[in-house]
Design a protein. Sequence first.
Length: 117
Amino acid sequence: MAFTLTPSADKFIRRMLRFSSGASGFRLAVKAGGCSGLAAQFDVETGPRADDEVVVIGDLRLFIPKDSLVLLDGVVVDFLETPTTSGFMFHDPKKTGCGCGDDVVKPTHTPHQLREI
């Protein structure tokens, strides 16, 4: 099972690790839900928990719970930071609708395409 980090997600994770002394990895847990289909919880950790898989991407060590790893299969993990919001975004090419429970038209733009208002 594999997922991809965008450069902005990579940068955010590195920033979190740099400012957290004693941390050896970044824990990313996801669950189904939210408009993107996944909701994230994250923290810096000194080591993996018992149910975590250690995923190494370059020199980054990510601690991903096994059930989250299944949900992240094939997903592009992005980090969006604007003046009004910030957080992880998940682009799942297998997803066909909104994870909110409503039948909503799927957005046609990619995670990095910004529109001016």
